[in-house]
Design a protein around this ligand. Structure first.
Ligand code: MEV
Length: 319
């Protein structure tokens, strides 16, 4: 039986890190950068085999003899929780191949997208429907393994594949009627592990709670302003607010020399605004561009970055 499921990557326009501490954040899906989970032949005699081709790993479910690292723990937990949520008692025999167009550990949500694609593939193979809320919750449970203290924004934007304004303990806002806009994404080539960045910020917040809470509040305010500017189609203001957000991310200690270089390069080539996206300490930058300046910004960044993508962000539900 041929089953292939996928899930998109994500970019955070405003509010990463502060969102972990209850502030709002605004994230958009990247439908053209996806992770895939495909049921492939031959099936094993028993249980599930996961071939994670991008990292050259083969993981069995239930647990085999291979090392019990974070990745295998996350994948097994995903399978166990998904089967339980779908009410499936008997473990099916199948091989699932995971792959991604998204670079790993670059703040674009590759791990989250792989988990979401795996959940979707399991549900599709078993002939079950997977409501988006349940998908998001299952992915969140695995995010806890990978990230420690996830805010929930990554699983939410990736499960819904819609722009979201997200705040913990508040009703989710799926953003409708946003104008389409273009982002240039540039990869610094430096792996950035979200768990490391989140733990670093947590330690700094514990050491200086008042200072960090003030920074998080400022980021939350910028996020609220960013949403209003975006809804009004004022991209110049959105860009300025992204720059202000980047300044605050620098202050909370999650920027890097490479990120600063790429954001400065994007701005000097005509981007309206540029910032890191995701955990930081490496990873990707996103630059907001007018359609006309997209090519010059891409060209200049291609000389400096590991990889560059131009994406159009629009709400697919409006098509
Ligand atoms: C990671 O994409 C965004 C962070 O804010 C962590 C989180 O929200 O879970 C850094």
């Amino acid at each position: 039986m041929s089953v292939r499921a996928s899930a998109c990557g994500k970019a955070i326009l405003f509010g990463e890190h502060a969102v972990v501490y209850g502030q709002p954040a605004l994230a958009v899906p990247l439908p053209s950068l996806r992770a895939y989970a495909e049921v492939v032949e031959p099936p094993p005699k028993h249980g599930i085999i996961i071939e994670a081709v991008d990292v050259g790993r083969r993981i069995t479910y239930p647990s085999g003899t291979e090392a019990k690292d974070l990745l295998s723990h996350g994948l097994r937990l995903t399978i166990m929780n998904t089967l339980a949520a779908l009410g499936v008692q008997e473990i099916p025999a199948l091989t699932i191949r995971l792959s991604a167009q998204l670079p790993q550990a670059r703040g674009l949500g590759s791990g989250t997208a792989v988990t979401a694609a795996l959940v979707r593939a399991l549900a599709a193979y078993l002939g079950k429907t997977m409501p988006t809320e349940l998908l998001s919750e299952l992915v969140y449970q695995t995010e806890i393994v990978y990230h420690g203290h996830p805010s929930g924004i990554d699983n939410t934007v990736i499960a819904w594949e819609r722009p979201v304004y997200y705040q913990r303990e508040r009703p989710l806002q799926l953003l409708e009627n946003l104008p389409a806009f273009h982002l240039v994404i540039a990869d610094s080539g430096i792996a950035s592990h979200t768990i490391q960045a989140v733990e670093q910020v947590r330690a700094a917040w514990q050491a200086q709670p008042a200072r960090y809470e003030a920074l998080f509040t400022q980021i939350g305010q910028l996020t609220a302003d960013g949403l209003r500017a975006l809804e009004a189609g004022n991209l110049a203001l959105v860009g300025n607010l992204m720059n202000a957000n980047q300044k605050l991310l620098r202050e909370i200690g999650v920027s890097s020399a490479e990120i600063e270089h790429l954001t400065a390069t994007a701005l000097s080539a005509g981007a309206l605004g540029a910032k890191l996206s995701g955990g930081g300490l490496g990873g990707c930058i996103i630059a907001l561009v007018e359609k006309d300046s997209a090519m010059p910004v891409c060209q200049v960044l291609r000389r400096e970055a590991h990889q560059v993508w131009l994406v159009e962000v629009h709400d697919a539900n409006r098509d």
